[in-house]
Ligand binder design. Structure first.
Ligand code: DGY
Length: 324
């Protein structure tokens, strides 16, 4: 190993292709066998003096953690598009660059969103439970019926890259797509969807509502008892963005009362230990924050994070910098 290679830390073992690249191009401690928490990252950073640290959303680096990073650290490269686990202003103020992994996970997150939409509308969780118990009786004509997805009205909150990719897929299901965003997109990016400046005006028109916006660092949830009440009775909520966007007690009430027919959730307020009241609901289809969890996408995310490190040490512009 040559000491001229950049020294890096990673909070988790990366995909094989990225681990091979680390072996060849970087100096790094052995891959962690379990994800490192923030305290472990800080301890190792002081011992190892890396130029860059690769983290995921499981290892937050907030105010005091940022202050505690050693001077050697010049880049925090998160292997995620989401940034809510990082205090970006504090990192930038310390002269530490930040990068994330946009674009490469857009398709897989949108695919998973479609899975949640279909699974929630078509009662996949209940069917799966029934089949695992052996099925055992012929279902009546009107027993355990779901709702048709084709032709329904889908509301999207947050029409960034992932929201647009979901809208594109929804068109394949002949859905009428509405969206609410801070500002209207150029029509060439709208994917045929209709813009609503007012969320309050859009919600009553949605059969299915899907969230595709980042969690605001200080803002409260966007899905609350008030916003849920504006959805039509029998609608479906899907969240593959961030758990912090949803007031889970209000969600549970809406699912229990039948105001919501069902929900499809990939993200939760308390990960990896979601509220047991959600786990107990039959009408929720759940996945474990797995929007980007494919070999192709996770490999691309790891490689992009390493590309940012390589660019930093070469004094070149970062491919995917976070600027604010
Ligand atoms: C992301 O990239 O933000 C995914 O949610 C994984 O953290």
């Amino acid at each position: 190993m040559s000491d001229t290679k950049p020294r890096i830390l990673r909070s988790v073992r990366l995909l094989n292709a990225a681990e091979k690249r680390i072996e060849t191009d970087f100096i790094a401690p052995p891959p962690p066998t379990t994800p490192l928490d923030t305290a472990a990252i800080l301890k190792l950073a002081h011992e190892f003096q890396p130029v860059a640290i690769l983290v995921t959303h499981h290892s937050p680096l907030k105010g005091a953690d940022v202050a505690a990073l050693p001077e050697s650290v010049k880049l925090v490269a998160t292997v995620s598009v989401g940034l809510d686990h990082l205090d970006v202003p504090a990192l930038l103020a310390r002269g530490i660059a930040v990068s994330n992994t946009p674009d490469v996970l857009t398709d897989c997150n949108a695919d998973l969103t479609m899975m949640l939409i279909i699974a929630a509308c078509r009662r996949a969780a209940e069917y799966y439970t029934l089949m695992k118990k052996g099925w055992g009786h012929t279902l009546g004509m009107d027993e355990m019926l779901g709702h048709r997805v084709t032709g329904k009205t889908l509301g999207i909150i947050g029409m960034g890259r992932i929201g647009q990719a979901v809208a594109r897929r929804a068109r394949g299901f002949e859905m009428n797509v509405l969206y609410h965003n801070r500002r209207r997109l150029d029509p060439t990016h709208e994917q045929g969807a209709t813009y609503y400046e007012s969320l309050e005006d859009m919600l009553p028109k949605c059969n299915i509502l899907s969230l595709h916006l980042p969690a605001a660092p200080s803002g409260g949830p966007i899905i609350t008892a008030r916003t849920l009440a504006l959805l039509p009775r029998g609608s479906v909520l899907v969240n593959a963005a961030r758990g912090a966007l949803v007031d889970e007690t209000a969600l549970i009430d809406a699912l229990r009362s039948g105001h919501l027919f069902s929900a499809g959730l990939d993200v939760y307020q308390n990960e990896p230990n979601p509220d047991p009241r959600i786990l107990a609901l039959p009408n929720v289809f759940m996945t474990p924050h797995a929007g980007s969890a494919t070999v192709e996408t996770r490999t691309a995310m790891c490689m992009l994070a390493l590309d940012n490190v390589t660019a930093l040490v070469a004094g070149k512009p970062l491919p995917t910098p976070v600027t604010a």
